[in-house]
Structures are given as C-alpha cells and as structure tokens.
Design a protein around this ligand. Structure first.
Ligand code: AMP
Length: 283
C-alpha cells in the first residue's frame, strides 16, 4: 500500500492506472477505522481493480461547538489495518492542502440538508458535500462506497451526484453492528461502560419499531412514541430527533406504506449518536 498526502501525486498515479484500464474504488473516511469502514473497503476490493481509502477529518463539516479537535485519530493503527486488507492507496491530505488560504467554494444540496441531522448540525452536510466532491475530483473513482449508518449523507450524496452529472457510481452498504446491536462508530470510543449500556437503547428502539410494523402498525406517531419511551427510560439519554421518513425525499411519512427510513439521533450525555433502519413491507 502506498500512502500519499499530495493531491497532484495521487492524481498522477490515478491517471496511470486509468491508462492501464484499471477500475478505481474509493472509500472516503475520517479514520479511526472499525469493521463498518472495513465492510466498505472489502466491497471496493472485491468490485474494483484498485482501492483508494482517504483519511481526512474534515473541519468544514463540524460546527465550532462540536468535536473536531478531539475526534479520535490513530493514523499508524489505521495504516496497518488497511495494509492487511490489501488496500492499494491511502490518501491523507493536510487540511491546508484541501482548504488553502482563500478557499471559497462550497456545495449545497438544498432542502435535504435542513432535514433530520441538518436541523441540529446546520452546516454539516454542506461540509460533507464539499469535501466528498473535492475527493471525487481528486480520486476520480468508478465506484465510491458509503455506509447506510449515515443514511442522510448517502441520500444527499446520491442527489449531488445526480444533480451535478457526476460519472461516479455511489454504492451504499448495510450498517455493521457490534454483537449487542450498537452500530459501530468511531465516536463509540467516547462512551464509558455505563453510557455504552445506555447507547444500546437506540438499536433496541429500532428493533421494537420493526416488531411493531411486523405486527401491522402503520402509524409513525405511535411507533415514535414507543421508541421515545424506550430511549428516555434509559439514563443519560436526550433525544435530538426520531423520524419516520420517505427514503428518497426524507420527508416525514403520515403513514407507512411500502418503504420507510426510521432515523434517530440521541445524545448520551454530550455524545451524539445516530442510527437508523430501513423498513420494507412485503404484503
Ligand atoms: P466516517 O469515517 O465516520 O466518515 O465514515 C466513513 C464511511 O464509513 C461512511 O460512508 C460511513 O457511513 C461508513 N460507516 C461508518 N460507520 C459504519 C457502520 N457501522 N456500518 C457501515 N458503514 C459505516
């Protein structure tokens, strides 16, 4: 595996690979890798000739009051993990290279970015879209791999790809969970033992929602109420949102018909965690 931190150097390597007819797979990440990231890496290795992983903690997607500074980082450990997986290139650009002095350009996917997580993280998706578009322009992949864990992010990036006529194929892979149901996240390292137990209420509430729907419940209000009960009866929790929305528009559904995204964000003390599930009703 070759580690590259210069944009022009990576671009030249990619050009050479493309001239040899090689397909490029790309997994953007903020590092502190776990099995969720690695599921995307493995998919990329399986589906393309050459896999590029980027590790870049993107400052423009964090608000000033968020955890940019203390976001977990361990580039040595991540490098070893990616080598073992058989990744071809690790891209680790410096912030000053991605956003040099005088940087001015940002990408917005209007409306979508004000829904769900966007309400409490107003500039988050603008930062995500901007950095992902920059990375896609640098890596020029055939396929880029994203996780369902960040459901809104995946939907917004697909919309950006469509609206801006990007050639890249955006593929989304299922949420990887710990054995106890907790969705893997680099931020789980912030949780102490008691908080981690409380964090299990997120996936527990989603499983209960699924059960209610299997038993015939179609009213989002009733499902959300039950999920709230489960989460608020657990210590340290504060709900940011729980919503049942259309999987394409992210608009709240008055009734669940065929498909729905149930998404939530919950603070465990000061640690904000997200989780979701997609409901498909086969009648
Ligand atoms: P991050 O490093 O948090 O920016 O995540 C990089 C990519 O990994 C994103 O596409 C995430 O959606 C994906 N990802 C993060 N956690 C998980 C998980 N538990 N299961 C599947 N994909 C994940």
């Amino acid at each position: 595996m070759k580690t590259i931190s210069l944009i022009d150097e990576l671009k030249s390597e990619i050009k050479l690979l493309k001239a040899q007819g090689k397909s490029i797979g790309f997994v953007p990440s903020m590092g502190y890798l776990h099995e969720g990231h690695l599921s995307l890496v493995r998919a990329s290795i399986k589906k393309t000739d050459c896999t590029v992983v980027s590790i870049f903690v993107n400052p423009t997607q964090f608000s000033p009051n968020e955890d940019f500074k203390k976001y977990p980082r361990d580039i040595m450990r991540d490098t070893e993990i990616l080598k073992k997986e058989g990744v071809h290139y690790l891209f680790t650009p410096q912030t000053s290279l991605m956003y040099p002095h005088g940087y001015k350009t940002f990408v917005e996917v209007r409306d979508f970015e004000m829904k769900l997580c966007g309400r409490s993280r107003p500039n988050h998706f603008k930062g995500v879209c901007t950095v992902v578009l920059k990375l896609l322009n640098i890596v020029d992949p055939d396929i880029s791999f994203f996780g369902q864990k960040d459901a809104q992010q995946a939907i917004i990036l697909k919309k950006m790809g469509q609206d801006l006529n990007l050639d890249v194929k955006i593929e989304v892979f299922p949420i990887v969970r710990d054995k106890d149901g907790l969705a893997l996240s680099s931020r789980n390292t912030y949780l102490n033992a008691q908080q981690r137990i409380s964090a299990l209420s997120l996936s527990r509430s989603l499983r209960e929602a699924q059960r209610m729907i299997e038993r015939g419940e179609r009213n989002p209000e009733k499902i959300i109420l039950r999920m709230k009960e489960i989460i608020t009866s657990t210590p340290f929790t504060r709900i940011d949102y729980i919503e049942v929305v259309d999987i394409e528009t992210l608009d709240p559904l008055p009734v669940i018909n065929e498909k729905a995204l149930i998404a939530l964000a919950v603070f465990i003390d000061k640690i904000r965690l997200i989780d979701n599930t997609i409901i498909c009703i086969k009648e």
